[in-house]
Write a protein that binds this ligand. Sequence first.
Ligand code: APR
Length: 315
Amino acid sequence: QCNVKVAVAGASGGIGQPLSLLLKQNPLVTELSLYDIVNTPGVAADLSHINSPAKVKAYNGAEALKEAFSCAEVIIIPAGVPRKPGMTRDDLFNTNASIVRDLAVAAAEVAPKALIGIISNPVNSTVPIASEVFIKAGNYDPKRIFGVTTLDVVRANTFIAEAKNLDPIKTNVPVIGGHAGITIIPLISQATPKVSFPADQLKALTERIQEAGTEVVKAKAGTGSATLSMAFAGARFAISLIRGLRGESNVIECAYVRSDVTEAKYFSTPILLGPNGVEKNLGLGPLSDFEKELVKAAVPELKKNIEKGEKFVKG
Ligand code: APR
């Protein structure tokens, strides 16, 4: 029976639990399917007592995976291991690549029409992995698979608002490219409201946004990476997917998608979301010279990350 609306894979984790909480309290979510290899009965029982409309169901262990995903309209994937100090997101590849591959195999089989948001790092490579799985299964729709880069936008909004004393809720800074280090490209020249900075401050802010994840990894001193802010960003993105699904107009989020905007096969840009996922790729917009250089530096790095992901599935 088709009654699952949003599935979270990795629902018992540091991101998965607060993400599930935020989805549970949003009235747009009618069903919440919580999948993990451990602890989902407890998380689901706990959340199910909240008096919001979403029905919460637990799916625990690999044998429950297909049932968890079947008929899902939106699948959000924060499953996998997080970073420790000194690790890059790419260092997670060996563990997380196979986790995302296996989840994508199940999604391709039982929920080929779902919109999929991937949080598991390295996102630059895990999105190509999921895409290759769907290609292999013969039902790839590039409009339906997204790398969730919303946290980069959330961070850019916060840091720029702080620097200029703006209302952080009304500040919007598009962030394009990928989701690691120099592939993260904040477009401060396109910020609303319009802001300007001296060159050295612009560079420092850009670098802070690029390395913001590492700030959290260091502060957590070996216990993991961003979970609460990532859950906030993941929930915002999931809700935007649902709003697009429901035909709301003008739902725009930056996301890492299959793209022909640059030479990198996957690239994050602002995306107009609709009932089928990507309604329109809104492209790069007008870039400053500084931002053009950032894109130039990011593309070769992204290409490497993308090839690594593709090779993992294709062999
Ligand atoms: N299927 C489903 N869930 C899994 C699987 C799997 N094959 N393997 C691990 N998990 C679950 C774990 O049981 C755990 O509940 O994923 C969850 C991960 O939670 P944490 O270890 O707390 O990690 P978290 O901080 O949430 O980060 C998860 O998101 O941002 C990325 O880089 C981060 O890749 C990492 C992921």
